[in-house]
Design a protein around this ligand. Sequence first.
Ligand code: IMP
Length: 203
Amino acid sequence: MNTAFQKLVLASNNEGKRREFAQLLAPLAIDLVSQASLGVTEADEPYATFIENALAKARHTSRHTGLPALADDSGLCVDALNGAPGVLSARYAGEPKADARNNAHLIAQLQGVTDRRAYYVCVLVLTHHADDPAPLIACGEWRGEIIDMPRGANGFGYDPYFLLPDGRTAAEMAPEEKNAVSHRGIAARKLIAQLRECLPGYG
Ligand code: IMP
């Protein structure tokens, strides 16, 4: 069993992501710092699965800082496309990565396809140190379907095309509302539950 820690490094240089996770982890009173503030550059994400990429990123950050690290990997998986774009979600239409081009590419791939079921995935990995044999792992999934015409101005990425069972797209939800039900929110809550269970010292 590992012991409680006060400082956790986020294995991403995205400040928006750090703020979002800091908010989600607020109940634990952990200080979430960005790897950029410690001079760590982003790791490669060469693998075909979210879990492998998240683990590689967390391990990289723990190795370079000597501190516990949290990494996430997320994306959209479309059933009829055999799970694509998957780990390539951010750059589905190639470099430079751009949401508008990714969305256009996705809709083109789905022309004539009637099965529009899809799900977002988020995998979180927390390594206590670089050689941690038992990192904490939490996964969240959020199901919907892909529509041809975008709706809504919130969110990012594929959200305007991601239709939920209640008839709204993810981009038509308020940010707090999305956090409460999204793949990222689900994974974050599972991770918090694991931290409370595994590490005595968290309230
Ligand atoms: P990453 O988690 O920064 O690696 O993001 C991967 C990519 O997956 C993003 O660039 C988006 O294209 C997509 N993605 C992940 N989560 C979401 C979401 O909540 N809404 C829309 N797109 C998402």
